[in-house]
Design a protein. Structure first.
Length: 251
């Protein structure tokens, strides 16, 4: 079931914008143990945007109030009742914040071991969005759905950090924007997969719909801002060339 249907576009962002560890909450008894952060630790800790130079919470609406949150909980309870075992497994699998979760769109040749430059680009993007989405998480400290209402039964582990914005949604949509820029031939399916990635956090019971939408907005903001970074431009060009060659797209 698709929760988010609108594609958000923030192309009016302008150049003046440039001027941790969390406790893991275990799943209920009987739910498989999984890990939320599964990207391999990189050699370098570089990012494409310095969080010390931009406060993204200035450009995001605060999370909804309690009345709206309760309406979201009711929506999530309906999804929980309708959730199939296959959907639960899909939600659990999408805990892995890796570009290679898009292999069901890109094909079986889309593998980390064959795409080192591509892997490095998206690992740096992951670190970039992670350093920025924690600004909102720490500022607003929105309570996670299972902690707000015990009727919500999550299907997997989740972080006790703030719920808003969703880091998974931010990563998925940022990855989708960049991947679609590299392979526009698959743009529609890439964006569908990116949306599903974030929505699976709602289906899995660990984020509100508004968390995932805020993640999409933040991702779009980041995608615009990094375009001016020479390191990003360099890494993107190298990864694009590598990926398109592997997929035989420039013949």
């Amino acid at each position: 079931m698709r929760i988010i249907t609108r594609q958000l576009c923030w192309l009016s962002l302008v150049a003046f914008l440039f001027t941790g560890c969390t406790t893991q909450v275990p799943p209920p008894a009987g739910v498989p143990r999984v890990y939320e952060k599964t990207i391999a630790s990189p050699v370098k800790d570089e990012t494409y945007l310095d969080p010390a130079q931009i406060d993204t919470t200035r450009f995001l609406a605060p999370p909804p109030d309690e009345t709206f949150t309760r309406r979201e909980i009711e929506q999530m309870l309906v999804l929980q009742q309708l959730r199939t075992p296959a959907q639960a497994e899909r939600s659990i699998a999408d805990l892995e914040q890796s570009i290679f979760r898009f292999s069901d769109v890109m094909g079986e040749r889309f593998r980390k071991e064959d795409l080192p430059r591509t892997a490095q680009l998206f690992e740096t993007l992951y670190r970039t969005e992670s350093s920025l989405n924690k600004q909102g998480k720490e500022k607003w400290q929105r309570t996670r759905p299972p902690l707000f209402d015990q009727r919500i039964q999550p299907v997997a582990r989740y972080s006790s950090s703030g719920s808003y914005p969703s880091g998974h949604s931010t990563f998925a949509y940022l990855a989708g924007i960049v991947l679609a820029d590299m392979v526009p031939e698959k743009r529609t399916r890439i964006f569908e997969r990116a949306s599903e990635f974030g929505e699976n956090r709602v289906l899995g019971g660990v984020h509100y719909p508004s968390d995932t939408e805020a993640g999409r907005r933040l991702a779009t903001m980041i995608a615009v801002l990094i375009q001016q970074n020479p390191a990003y431009q360099r890494d993107f060009a190298a990864a694009r060339k590598e990926l398109r060659a592997l997929l035989d797209l420039d013949r």
